[in-house]
Each structure stands twice: as structure tokens, then as C-alpha cells.
Design a protein around this ligand. Structure first.
Ligand code: F6P
Length: 570
């Protein structure tokens, strides 16, 4: 890989800086003077209708941003990722999550580092589908011959957030009679609450861990195994022998990992282990075998639809001119807001209750990827990188934090995501015989989606407030009721939340994240920033449980906190 380019050294960065200095956002004026603005800045990618027109950009801004992409060799770097070059330089790895969704038989075949990537991906996928079918059909049973009713995925970070987000998003596609639960936190409450009402005879645990070395996951897996043995014994379902316990693990535990040797050491039958590869980052892995719980829940056909959705956006990203390339444009807009207009955060606001974990999922994807302050060659950056992503489903957010987005002092770009067709087309019938007829509740819901981006873009002038309140209105009240507008939003409208649409959305954000990382010259695929805390937790653990020598090695604040904990702990 060629060395990263300092974006501030490019001509486009200098141009953008100058452009910013002369820049006055005016969405009202821009729309009034340019009737084609909405059409010109709206794109179709797969099933997603993406309206960028309410962003704080002119045609000149977009042209300069695209020039920046060219100056940092974005096109070449997209090609390098898809080709399997080792763009994860700090770990010397290829980055090939896009290979996870290449259709079977895609040409030309992808060989990287001596590995037939397509063959390996489809071998594991076939194994995942086969197992998912067995569980769904009742062909796979627990130790007492009962079919699986509850799948418990034990994993954290990328081995949890993707599967749980997708499972929640795709509830209408989940097979009746099978449900999934997700345990991630090492807080013992998580596993205790999750298993409290479960029947061990109908429970299947999936231990999902890329490394199979993660403290939280292995601890929870051991707790789950102990729970299984204890509760099966209480049910008189197994004898009190090692062999019976091993047989129980074989029927109630499977694993997903790149470290199949460690899976075997845990006692899980290698025949029940599903592999993947170090070129799949944890936060990019929900479409690998890490999605096994989802594949069981929605079935192989649903999972395949999701992969096709991912692939549709991959194809667009890899093959579309930068000027028309939606992930490229959205990534560049984020760069514009972060580096030129001073935004620190980015809201993602799905008007879809089933997407209620989407922002949490995106937090790992975006912030673990782009929360870096050195470029991939180790040189420090002298500009802002990864913004904070956050969000909640609409309309809940409207009644909580939208006040700050509408009238606060901070610039918060926001993505609004909605589906035209609801999973539950309910009608509200006031039934009072009055003028109000039945209301399509989804239409009412989406009226909020449309209204919010309109209010954010165009605001409400003091003159409009006075017109509404009448002449002589108190100026203080007028000021409080004025909306400045020019709050940037992107609107994404899909036909419905389907497996394919979900795959498209996730791929869209994966590639937006990539584009930002390329502009910033960072390695978006490592996560060294999470290592120090993990190591220190292991060092502090003996102090917490009573080792005074270990306690004495800690800093004064940590010592005092641990002492206090030990006093309080019953
Ligand atoms: O600590 C961060 C991290 O390494 C994430 O990148 C990863 O998704 C998560 O931990 C879980 O890791 P694993 O799948 O190896 O258990």
C-alpha cells in the first residue's frame, strides 16, 4: 500500500478551506433559486432513495469534495480494498468483508494471499445454512431430543451488535417458535437475567468470538455452560458424569470463530464450529458466520437476501463514478461537516422502531473504525477525525433531544431513515363520530419524518413568528420561537425494512466509514485503542479481589476507589 496522504497537503483541501471561508449556508435561498436542487442531489442506490439536497452544500462544494477524494486517491483505495490488498496496515491484513457477500460463482474469482476466498466463503455459508435449517426444522435437538426454541448468542462488540441489531430489525421475518437472545456484558446480571426463565433442554448457545480470547465472552460462555449442566441435572435430564456433561455441550453449544483450536479447547465439538477469517473485522462481520443466530432466526433465504442487499451497494460503491457514488458523497459530506464546518457529532435517526439498535451498531462501526489520531504510517493527524455517532428512533428522539438539534448552538448533521411500508399497517379510528376519520398511523409517523427534515432545513424566521403571534409580540418570545434552519439532514427512504434493505443500509454505512478513513489517511480496520483498558482490567482484577500487593501498585485514585469498593462489597 502506498503511504497515506495528508489531506491538508492537497490542493482540494486548500480550495475547500477558502470555499468554507466564503460560505454562507442558505437552504431557503438555494431551494428558491434552484428548482432542480432536490432532483439533482437525490440518488438511488439499490432500493434506497437518498436525498442529499438538504445538506449544506452547493454544487461547488460537492465538486471540491469530490476533488479531495481524487487527491487522496480514493478510487485506487476502493480498488485496493476489494482486491484484498493489505490495507489494514497495522495488522498487515486484507479487508475483505465485501467478499462475504459475493454471489456464488462470481467472476473473476477472488484469490488473496493464496486463499480461494470465494470457495472458502461459500463453504462456510453452506455449513451455516445447513445448520440453520436443521435447527429451524427440528432436525437438530437438545440432549433430551427436544427441538431448539431459544438461541442465545454469547459475544460482544462485533460479535454481538450486528446480530442483535439485525435480529431486532427483522422481527417480522423471524420463524415462529424460535427466538434469539443476546448476552454480551460481563456484568453477571446479563447472563443471569437472560437464562433465568429458559428451559435448558430447548436452549442452544452460540459462542461468537473472532479471537475466542475475549474475557467477557469466555466468562459468559463458562457461566452458560455451568448453568446448562446444573439445570439439566436438576431436570434429571443428564447423569452426574463427565461424559454426560460433554454430550450436553455437544448438543447445546456451537461456536463461531477464526480460532477453531481454542473452540476445541473450550470443549465444543469442532464439527459444531463455524469459521471465518482474519480479513473480516469484528465490526464488519455480521454477514459472516457471526450472523449464525440471525440465519437461524430468519432462515437461509432471508440471510441470502440480506447478503444480496449488501452486494448491491458494494457493486455501486466499487463501480460508480465518484460524483454519483452515494457512499462516497455521504462520506465526503461528513468530512465537510467535521473538518470544515466544525461538527463533532452525527445523529442517525431511524423512523422505524425495528431499527432501534441501529445507532448502537453504527457506533462501533464508525467510532471503532475512525476514532484514530495517527495516520496509518504513524504520523499524527493535525485535523479532526471520527465524529461521535448517536441516535434513537423517531419519534421518541423528537421529544427528547431534537430541541438541541433545532435550536442549539451546535451543528449536528443527521441522517433520517424511513421505510414507506410498515410491518404493522395499523389504523387509528378515533370512533367519536367527529370530523376525524380513520388515520393510517404509519402515514402519520412518516409525516413526522418529512416534517422534521423540513423544519431543520428551513426553520422559521422571526417575521413568520410575528405573523403567527401578531404585531406587538414580545421580542423575547419571538426570539425563543424562531428556528434558524440550515440544519443539515440526509433523508433515506426504503420501500420496507427487509433483509435486503437492511444489508443495503449496513453496506452503505460501512463504505461511508471507509471513505472518511481514506480522506483522513487512517487505518479504519484496527482497534488498538481498546487494548489498554482490557490489559489493565486483568492487572487490577487481583487488587479488586483482595491482593494488597497488587493494590499497592495502582495509582492513588484507583487505590482509593478499589478500597472503597472493598468496604462496600458485602
Ligand atoms: O475490544 C474490541 C473488539 O476487539 C472488537 O473489535 C470486537 O468486535 C470485539 O472486541 C469482540 O471480539 P471477539 O469477536 O474476538 O470476541
Amino acid at each position: 500500500m502506498s503511504a497515506p496522504i495528508d489531506p491538508t497537503s492537497t490542493p482540494a483541501w486548500a480550495d475547500l478551506t477558502k470555499h468554507r471561508d466564503d460560505f454562507t449556508p442558505d437552504l431557503r435561498g438555494w431551494f428558491a433559486q434552484d428548482p432542480d436542487r432536490a432532483a439533482r442531489l437525490t440518488y438511488e442506490v439499490g432500493d434506497l432513495h437518498v436525498d442529499l439536497s438538504k445538506n449544506l452544500v452547493t454544487d461547488e462544494t460537492v465538486a471540491r469534495l469530490v476533488q479531495l477524494a481524487e487527491d487522496v486517491d480514493l478510487r485506487e483505495r476502493i480498488g485496493a480494498m476489494f482486491a484484498g490488498e493489505h490495507i489494514n496496515t497495522t495488522e498487515d491484513r486484507a479487508v475483505l468483508h465485501t467478499a462475504l457477500r459475493r454471489p456464488n460463482g462470481a467472476e473473476p474469482r477472488l484469490h488473496v494471499d493464496g486463499q480461494d476466498i470465494d470457495r472458502d466463503v461459500h463453504e462456510v455459508l453452506a455449513q451455516v445454512y445447513d445448520f440453520a435449517e436443521k435447527v429451524r426444522s427440528g432436525g437438530w435437538t437438545g440432549i433430551t431430543g427436544k427441538r431448539v426454541e431459544t438461541v442465545v448468542n454469547i459475544g460482544i462488540g462485533g460479535s454481538d451488535l450486528g446480530p442483535v441489531m439485525a435480529y431486532e430489525a427483522l422481527q417480522p421475518f423471524v420463524q415462529q417458535g424460535i427466538s434469539c437472545r443476546f448476552v454480551s456484558n460481563i456484568d453477571p446480571t446479563d447472563i443471569a437475567e437472560t437464562t433465568a426463565d429458559l428451559d435448558p433442554e430447548t436452549t442452544l448457545f452460540i459462542v461468537a468470538s473472532k479471537t475466542f480470547g475475549t474475557l467477557e465472552t469466555l466468562t459468559n460462555a463458562r457461566l452458560a455452560r455451568a448453568w446448562l449442566w446444573r439445570t439439566l441435572a436438576e431436570n434429571n435430564a443428564i447423569e452426574d458424569t463427565d461424559e454426560a456433561r460433554q454430550n450436553a455441550v455437544a448438543k447445546h453449544f456451537v461456536a463461531v470463530s477464526t480460532a477453531l483450536d481454542k473452540v476445541a479447547a473450550f470443549g465444543i465439538d469442532p464439527a459444531n464450529a463455524f469459521g471465518f477469517w482474519d480479513w473480516v473485522g469484528g465490526r464488519y462481520s455480521m454477514d459472516s458466520a457471526i450472523g449464525l443466530s440471525l440465519a437461524i432466526a430468519i432462515g437461509p433465504a432471508g440471510f441470502a437476501d440480506m447478503l444480496a442487499g449488501f452486494h448491491a451497494v458494494d457493486t455501486h460503491f466499487a463501480g460508480t463514478d465518484l460524483h454519483e457514488n452515494v457512499p462516497v458523497l455521504m462520506g465526503l459530506l461528513n468530512v465537510w461537516y467535521v473538518n470544515f464546518l466544525g461538527a463533532h457529532t452525527h445523529a442517525v435517526l431511524p423512523y422505524a422502531q425495528y431499527l432501534h439498535r441501529f445507532a448502537a451498531y453504527l457506533q462501533q462501526l464508525t467510532m471503532e473504525s475512525n476514532g484514530k489520531s495517527v495516520r496509518s504510517d504513524g504520523t499524527p493527524v493535525a485535523y479532526e477525525t471520527g465524529e461521535v455517532f448517536w441516535g434513537e428512533p423517531g419519534t421518541n428522539g423528537q421529544h427528547a433531544f431534537y430541541q438541541l438539534i433545532h435550536q442549539g448552538t451546535r451543528l449536528i448533521p443527521a441522517d433520517f431513515i424511513a421505510a414507506a411500508n410498515p410491518a404493522h399497517p395499523l389504523v387509528d379510528n378515533p370512533g367519536d363520530g367527529g370530523a376525524d376519520g380513520p388515520t393510517d398511523v404509519h402515514a402519520l409517523f412518516l409525516a413526522n419524518f418529512f416534517a422534521q427534515t423540513k423544519a431543520l432545513a428551513f426553520g422559521k424566521t422571526a417575521e413568520e413568528v410575528v405573523e403567527e403571534m401578531g404585531e406587538g409580540a414580545d421580542p423575547a418570545i419571538v426570539a425563543a420561537r424562531t428556528f434558524p434552519g440550515n440544519r443539515p439532514t440526509t433523508s433515506i427512504l426504503a420501500p420496507a425494512i427487509t433483509p435486503s434493505v437492511l444489508g443495503q443500509l449496513v453496506a452503505l454505512y460501512e463504505h461511508i466509514t471507509f471513505v472518511q478513513g481514506v480522506v483522513w489517511g487512517i487505518d479504519s480496520f484496527d482497534q488498538w485503542g481498546v487494548e489498554l483498558g482490557k490489559k489493565l482490567a486483568l492487572e487490577i482484577a487481583p487488587a479488586v479481589t483482595g491482593d494488597d500487593a497488587a493494590l499497592a501498585e495502582q495509582d492513588p485514585s484507583t487505590q482509593a476507589l478499589v478500597r472503597r469498593y472493598r468496604e462496600l462489597r458485602r
